[in-house]
Every structure is written in C-alpha cells, then in structure tokens.
Design a protein around this ligand. Structure first.
Ligand code: DC
Length: 221
C-alpha cells in the first residue's frame, strides 16, 4: 500500500500536460515525473549514436547500459548528463514516436516509471500513465485541446528556429498523435475513469484550479 497518492495526467502532444503537471506537483508538494522526457532522452541517445530505431537488437543493447533518471528538482539526466534543455529538437521530435512504439522500450520505461512512482506523492504525465503504468492511480486526468490550439502552444514554447511554421508544427503533432494512438503496445487512450478536460481556450491557471478542485473532491491530497 502506498502512503501517498499518484496523480496521472495523460493526453495528446501539446495539450499542456507538462506545464500543468509541474504546477500541480508544486501545489501539492509532490514530485513531478515527465515520462515523455524519458522517451525523449532515450531517443537522444539513439540519435547521438546514430542507432536506427528499427534495429531492435541495437536498441536492446543500449537499454541494458543506459541510465535515465531525474534529480529532485525535476531535471532529467542521460548517463549522468543533464539533458533537460536538449530534448525538444526537430531530430528528437521526428524519431521519438517510433522509439516509443517499440515494445522493448515501453517495457523498460514502464518498469522504470513504476519503480520511480511506487511510493506515491508523484504527478506523472504521459500517454499511458492512467491506462497502463498506474491503472490504480488515485486520481487520473485526460487533458485535451484542439489541434490548432495545441500547435499554437507548441510554437510559443519552441526554441527551434526550424519550427516557427505553425502549419509544420500542426502536421508534426497530427503525425505523432496518430502514431501514439495507433501503436499496438499501450497506445494513447483515455482511461475510462480519467477526468476529461478540454483545455481549448483555457489558460494554465484555470486548468490547474479545475484539477485541484477535482483532487480535493476525491480527497486524495
Ligand atoms: O509528451 P512528449 O511530447 O514529450 O512525449 C514524447 C513522445 O513520447 C510522444 O510522441 C509519445 C511518447 N510517450 C509515450 O509513448 N508514453 C508516455 N508515457 C509519454 C510519452
């Protein structure tokens, strides 16, 4: 039995999950785990070693040696290096859905995420947290927004010069949504017991307020 609850936040790319999850974790004094960053860190490792993600044997070998983890402030480390600022490049964006679709990768990440979150007192955001990683999470959310709004948010966040074109971002998000929802192993789905919030037209403050109210109603704090 966990002494503290687990808050699961799932949803498609650009729905604002990481911004919101960070704020919820701060409000509750919980630890925030960005599971997308874990898939991105592994993808960065493959990019750096020029490993083809379709070479499952090579990916498996890398998984046996790679170290991915967080420090208490939420920074993500790849083999001891802080890679928090280098995970949103066009190269990583282009490859991450393929990497995240590999069963060997999903098994590895889900096991690691369960290990990190098992004591509770955590907010995890991703695609399969409420449906597959912690189906018994005390509180589950599914955050959504229109494709146009999600692309706009990504554009505002993006530091990549190449990615200033709204149309291109929209296409990239739509492609990743399709890959994430259609993969065989733990696809992006809305868990039946997840609280659905369409955040289109809502600012982060209002989303956080709505979620904290729901958390309080469920008395899981
Ligand atoms: O949330 P994000 O854009 O940083 O996620 C990067 C990719 O990782 C995304 O294409 C889907 C994948 N992902 C996943 O499959 N499962 C998760 N729990 C989190 C992310």
């Amino acid at each position: 039995m966990r002494s503290r609850p687990i808050i699961a936040i799932d949803g498609p790319a650009g729905a604002g999950k990481s911004t919101i999850a960070r704020k919820i974790a701060a409000a509750l004094n919980f630890v925030y785990i960005d599971t997308g960053a874990m898939y991105r860190a592994l993808t960065l490792r493959l990019v750096r070693s020029k490993t083809d993600p379709s070479d499952v044997g090579a990916v498996r070998t890398i998984l046996q040696a790679v170290r991915i983890g967080f420090d208490p402030s939420g920074k993500i480390f790849l083999d001891g290096e802080d890679v928090s600022g280098t995970l949103r490049t066009a190269e990583v964006n282009g490859m991450v859905s393929t990497v995240a679709g590999l069963p060997v990768v999903r098994e590895y990440m889900q096991k690691l995420q369960r290990e990190i979150g098992k004591e509770g007192g955590v907010v995890l955001d991703g695609r399969d947290i409420g449906s597959a990683v912690f189906p018994d999470a005390e509180c589950k959310f599914y955050l959504d927004a229109s494709l146009e709004e999600r692309a706009r948010r990504r554009m505002n966040d993006s530091k990549e010069q190449l990615f200033v074109n709204l149309e291109a971002i929209q296409q990239d998000i739509a492609r990743r949504d399709a890959a994430d929802s259609q993969r065989e192993h733990s696809p992006l789905v809305r868990a039946e017991d997840a609280h659905y919030i369409d955040t289109t037209g809502m600012g982060p403050g209002m989303v956080v307020e709505t979620m904290l109210e729901y958390i309080d109603q469920r008395s899981v704090r």
